[in-house]
Design a protein around this ligand. Sequence first.
Ligand code: ZN
Length: 233
Amino acid sequence: MKKTNLELLTQENKMNLNGYSVQDIGDDHLFTGLETPMKPDAFNLSDTEKKEKIAILFEEIMDVLGLDLTDDSLKGTPKRVAKMYIEEIFSGLNPENKPKIALFDNKYQYNQMLVEKNITFYSNCEHHFVPIIGKAHVAYISSGKVIGLSKLNRIVHYFAKRPQVQERLTNQIANELKTILNTEDIAVIIDAKHLCVSSRGIKDETSATVTSYYGGAFKKQAKITELQNYLKD
Ligand SMILES: [Zn+2]
């Protein structure tokens, strides 16, 4: 029997995605690589042009849902959403918004691990576009240079402000710190709640997802234990 276009497309997707369908991937939150998948022409439009376009498209979604866009409470929503997407919650897609990081000499000769714990972040699941809310714990051992503490928070926030999956967020933060601090001795632990798991789908209110990256010296059990001791309570 001849297959419909949709069936062919589904078959093709399954081959590309190791036998999973697009729906399987979404609800199981699998991801495909370290880099956020972006189109080569991602920045052809200016932020202003993107906001105008998103506002039109979001208005259409609301219209299709049957909402009355002439209502005072709703009429500003498409523009508000567009502004929020570009300037806030997805601003980390634009490399221009990457925090500028100054490094300082390690004057105190502090050569133990530095841990910045409980960095609160808000992200959005790229499969459902609903929030991921969590805490990141970041640690490094200086290879000669140190970085301002608040910059660790800024790096976490920059990568969180993208449509994300938690594994990629973890690895992107670790990778950035490795590059900036010129060391493999980096650890990143993320403990987060995914609203697509708690508010819909399986509707599990209590589960949380923990992901980690241990590089260089942090691969040794003694360092992992030391780090975990700092993270208690
Ligand atoms: Zn999701």
